[in-house]
Design a protein around this ligand. Structure first.
Ligand code: 2M8
Length: 690
């Protein structure tokens, strides 16, 4: 499996950054433990090393403050001197809440940990082994959320504020400019300090000095108030309600409800927190006109109208209403944030790329971040925006495969910036790659069809209607069934089974038995009919054989299950064979085998055949079934091409075919010019598309 090599590379990045107790984001630039980084890193580990995932979060939570705050950084005593600001600057010992003998910073970060803990449990091979950890960490997670709801919830409406850009995780996001400008660095006293970050990474890719001065000013204010939340709140010029922070909090509240149920705790608190925050985010942070959620400037009492990727995060939190989600989607899928099919644009940049001050390389001011895209991917999947979700999935996989496990990536050319060997880029890549890698594991018990099974023998068989009428009924019912019971690539087999249309369909196919319906007037009519017949036969077989997980459950699914037509029996493979005479390589992409890998099911009409075959092919080639890696001189494609070697009997044919459907200039040029392309096959996902 070609993905495996890259999984190994990603694991090597995490091994390099693993200290024995936790994982640093990167050895040189960030040599300590970071709060939300560890959450994402644990999600990656949860796929292959439950123990490490647990250790990662145990180490972080041992540094939790007495008031419940989970610090942004836990410092490694042996690595001091390489980063700024470190404990000598933070002076958290001034706070009675700071832990003794553990060095931390004095702010927090987006609380992804509840979400990560649930993933550790869900992905564990031996779930029972995780229970003691769940019991240990659950009260600590509750304490963290309690801290946020008690100390950072000034209007008691569940909207939690942050008081430093570092607390958002998106440090120099343009979203914070309007608030930070309030700190006039010529008028306030800024303590002496020396940056270290811009000696390690090109300053062009890092925040400006003026930003750092303001960051430092805020830290100085916190230590002056000995980290007393009430006093800070009164004086701090930066009090912001961030849609990203609050959405992540909701995702974790939702996870806490599930964890509570697993370990027999009362889920009432996280349930109430979820509803309260979700409602307030929906009601108070959304701009229907601008189709995005905004951050809120608590001091001025108004929304900060700056469009960044944070504004789409209520999709991840499961907070956005259906109507809001549709609007968000429109905005997300636009030239501002990378439209499907748009040339030379990878995933979602962190800032509206049509703004004058957009930068494709400066840190949180425009580049692509893997964690943000990973969360948006989860959100889009949750709200069933399948195509867009898949587009992000491709980018999250391709960017590190092509350019390395960098901290962030250029929004137009994909090049990696910041530090290389960055932990969360590796961890979240692993998370998605495992989905791909594991999906082909045989999870199902195999049953045999035994002898050929003819599915259309119930009913009259003899009909007085003519061929045209029968075909008309078949087309009409097929269209109805597909339109009503399949959406975004998933099929509601149960719904179909109980529907009146399915009953009528049985009647129609029983009329095939003695009728010569396979002589057609036009090529288009024949192709459309055979594709629809194939797709309907798959559905009918899944229902009649009560298939729950995959058509692979049935040995002989494609050869021994048949429809009788005019006295002759046809299996799915026979229909596929019949279609070969048209020699159209797009046809395999319209045959939906009841699987997750296939393009969305559609009714094919003879009039629109050309367009529909093109769309089906385009959808497939632009899905994660085809990964194009120019820098690696590799193309990773679905096994489907191999099974259809009738059309694709040479590498050249495959390349010539896919390049017609590729939009990105760099990729197309690579496919056109490179003579020596290494083609590898990705496993097909046979899981049922129900
Ligand atoms: C970056 O932030 C730190 C401060 O927390 C820094 O710039 O020094 C951000 O990208 C943040 O989101 C991330 O958690 C941290 C470590 O990777 O680096």
């Amino acid at each position: 499996m070609p993905i495996q090599d890259y999984i190994e590379k990603a694991k090597r990045v995490l091994d390099k950054n693993w200290t024995g107790e936790y994982t640093v984001p990167s050895v040189h630039l960030y040599p300590h433990q970071w709060n939300w980084d560890s959450g994402f890193i644990a999600i990656g580990y949860s796929r292959y090393d439950t123990d490490r995932a647990i250790k990662e979060l145990e180490h972080l939570f041992k540094a939790q403050w007495k008031n419940g705050m989970l610090p942004q950084i836990v410092f490694n005593k042996n690595a001091l001197g390489k980063y700024f600001p470190e404990p000598d600057f933070w002076k958290t010992e001034l706070s009675p809440d700071a832990p003794k003998n553990i060095l931390t910073s004095g702010i927090t970060m987006p609380p992804i940990h509840g979400y990560a803990v649930l993933k550790i449990y869900e992905n564990a091979k031996d779930k029972d082994k995780v229970i003691p950890f769940l019991k240990w960490i659950y009260p600590k997670l509750i304490k963290l959320h309690e801290y946020l709801y008690l100390e950072r919830n000034p209007d008691d409406n569940g909207l939690i504020y942050i008081r430093h850009p570092w607390e958002s995780g998106m440090d120099n996001s343009p979203m914070w400019d309007p608030i930070l400008e309030r700190i006039d660095i010529n008028k306030v006293k800024i303590p002496e300090f020396k940056r270290k970050d811009n000696k390690i990474v090109d300053p062009e890719q890092r925040p400006k000095d003026i930003d750092y001065k303001r960051y430092v000013y805020l830290v100085d204010l916190f230590r002056k108030h000995k980290y007393n939340e009430k006093k800070i709140f009164e004086e701090c010029p930066f009090i912001a309600i961030d849609p990203l922070f609050n959405s992540i909090l909701c995702a974790s509240n939702e996870a806490l409800v599930k964890i509570a149920e697993i370990i027999g705790e009362d889920p009432k608190k996280p349930e109430e927190w979820f509803s309260m925050t979700a409602r307030s985010v929906r009601d108070l942070l959304f701009s229907s006109e601008k189709k995005i959620f905004y951050a809120y400037d608590y001091i001025e009492g108004k929304l900060i109208e700056v469009e960044t990727a944070a504004g789409f995060m209520p999709l991840f939190g499961g907070i956005a209403s259906t109507q809001q989600a549709l609007k968000l989607y429109e905005h997300l899928n636009s030239l501002s944030f990378c439209k499907l099919g748009e040339k030379n644009c990878f995933a979602i940049p962190n800032y509206d790329k049509q703004k004058d001050d957009f930068s494709s390389k400066n840190y949180w001011r425009g580049p692509i971040w893997i964690n943000i895209n990973w969360m948006l991917y989860q959100g889009l999947k949750r709200y069933k925006f399948k195509q867009k979700a898949e587009h992000l999935e491709i980018s999250i996989m391709e960017l590190p495969m092509r350019f390395g496990f960098y901290e962030y990536f250029d929004s137009f050319i994909g090049k990696g910036y910041g530090t290389k060997d960055f932990s969360w880029s590796a961890a979240l890549f692993i998370d998605l790659a495992y989905d791909m890698y594991e999906k082909n594991e045989q999870k199902w018990k195999i049953r045999k069809v035994g002898k050929p099974l003819i599915l259309n023998l119930n009913g009259e068989h003899i009909s007085i209607e003519n061929r045209e009428e029968i075909l008309k009924d078949f087309n009409c019912l097929t269209k109805k069934i597909i339109d009503q019971y399949s959406k975004n690539g998933t099929v509601d087999y149960n719904g179909i089974k109980l529907s009146p249309e399915y009953k009528l369909y049985q009647n129609v196919i029983s009329k095939f038995v003695n009728k010569d319906i396979l002589s057609f007037q036009s090529k288009e009519e024949e192709i459309a009919f055979l594709i629809n017949l194939y797709n309907m036969m798959v559905i009918d077989s899944i229902i009649k054989l009560n298939i729950q997980n995959s058509v692979k459950e049935i040995d002989g699914f494609f050869t021994d299950i048949k429809y009788r037509i005019n006295g002759k029996d046809y299996s799915l493979d026979d229909i596929r064979e019949k279609l070969k005479k048209f020699n159209d390589p797009r046809i395999p992409f319209a045959l939906v085998k009841g699987t997750n890998s296939a393009p969305p099911l559609r009714f094919i009409s003879k009039k629109e055949l050309e367009k529909q075959l093109d769309t089906a092919t385009k959808d497939f080639i632009r899905s994660p079934e085809v990964l194009i890696l120019p820098e690696e001189k590799k193309v990773l494609i679905s096994e489907l091409f191999r099974w259809n070697s009738y059309y694709f009997d040479s590498n050249e044919k495959i390349i010539n075919f896919i390049k017609k459907y590729v939009k990105d200039d760099i990729k197309r040029e690579f496919l056109e010019k490179e003579k020596d392309i290494d083609i590898r096959y990705l496993l097909y996902d046979w899981t049922l598309n129900n």
